[in-house]
Write a protein that binds this ligand. Structure first.
Ligand SMILES: [Zn+2]
Length: 379
């Protein structure tokens, strides 16, 4: 069995031989545990350039191997500084928080090997490739790749921008978005949320008050915080949960599973935020702590802006990552914020528009979808 302490070895998939279910991964870079490369004997099949030729025959790769790699950095077990502050960090004005984070981000952009050692930034499919090399792997599902548009609505401004601008843009390309709204921090405009639903979009729950405490709270306090959103969730038929700042722990995921149909808080590659080296290195929905998880598969707007990416670079990263998600048989899950300091700014809104246009003009490869469609009718 692979343990979480195993060092990871960076590789390039040179050839998958007769393992045709993983043919899509030829040329892709992955990182796999050293013990797995020992056990399979594959370490003898790595050439001087780091390319692995997978020998023919059974692989002995198990479901457990893929799960262990997926969960290796899936949780943010230590709270970042904001969760430990004795005051609500929202009292630091948004513009100041954005500047502080942005300064940290620019400083770190070149030190990618430290904060994105694993999963790799901006995307990492190491778990998916491993999953497709199992002896009992199912053939990859044929068909187009679902694209799910999501927004985290952190403020009244975000909600206003969503309704006034983002929904119209999404509707113009035939898409509907899922919007995770903070239920207990600011007075939610009921009229606007009813409009979101009436126009065919969805509402989800974005934590409690966005103070980044729920994942690290005691069981009773966590239950209290999660239950505070119950009235909101019922009123707006919210079936999914997105953790504020994508901070998540195993106990949180367990508790979400008893209250919501799914969670969407684990990024494929989280990069620097909320803590370095976080993500599941998978682009496909999976179950964790008995909760269906819809990973955020392409880099979110906030992380990219904080790292100093320009809107042009962001469109390029989104398109390239979406292409790899499509090859991997995953689901493109996009996370943007509608506030002006994120994707509500003119340049970023235009970047989002260009990305949606790219998706809608490549209908042979992509189709706009929703969490319910992807995760099954029960959601
Ligand atoms: Zn948020």
């Amino acid at each position: 069995m692979v343990t979480a302490e195993d060092p990871l070895v960076p590789l390039r998939i040179g050839s998958v031989g007769d393992h045709s279910g993983a043919a899509w991964a030829e040329g892709v870079r992955v990182q796999w545990p050293v013990s797995l490369l020992e056990r399979t004997g594959w370490r003898h099949w790595i050439d001087a350039t780091g390319a692995l030729t997978i020998p023919p025959g059974p692989t002995s790769i198990s479901r457990e191997d893929a799960r262990t790699l997926r969960e290796r950095r899936a949780f943010t077990d230590g709270p970042p500084a904001t969760a430990r502050l004795p005051f609500n960090y929202h009292v630091v004005p948004g513009w100041a928080r954005a500047l502080i984070a942005s300064a940290i981000g620019r400083w770190n952009r070149r030190r990618v090997d430290r904060w994105a050692a694993f999963p790799s930034w901006p995307i990492d499919v190491s778990s998916d490739v491993l999953d497709d090399l199992r002896d009992d792997a199912l053939p990859a599902p044929a068909g187009v790749t679902p694209v799910i548009l999501t927004h985290d609505i952190d403020s009244p401004e975000g909600l206003a921008n969503l309704v006034d601008r983002f929904l119209t843009l999404e509707e113009s390309v035939g898409a509907r978005s899922t919007n995770y709204v903070v239920p207990c921090a600011w007075p939610v405009d009921d009229g606007r949320l009813q409009e979101v639903i009436a126009r065919g979009h969805e509402v989800g729950v974005h934590g409690c008050d966005h103070r980044n405490r729920t994942p690290f709270a005691s069981p009773a306090d966590r239950a209290r915080r999660l239950d505070a959103a119950r009235g909101f969730a019922e009123r707006y038929r919210a079936s999914g949960y997105r953790a504020p700042s994508l901070l998540r722990t195993r106990p949180l995921l367990r508790d979400i599973g008893t209250r919501y149909r799914y969670d969407s808080s684990i990024p494929t590659s989280g990069g620097l935020f909320p803590t370095p080296n976080n993500g599941c290195a998978s682009t496909r929905p999976f179950a964790v702590e008995r909760t269906p998880e819809l990973p955020v598969t392409i880099p979110r707007d906030g992380a990219l802006r904080f790292l100093g990416y320009t809107p042009d670079e962001i469109v390029r990263v989104w398109i390239e990552c979406s292409d790899l998600v499509a090859r991997a048989g995953g689901v493109v899950v996009v996370l943007t914020h509608c506030e002006r300091r994120f994707s509500g700014a003119p340049g970023m809104f235009e970047a989002y528009r260009r990305f949606l246009e790219h998706v809608s003009t490549h209908s042979e490869r992509f189709v706009f979808s929703t969490p319910a469609c992807v995760l099954g009718g029960g959601v």
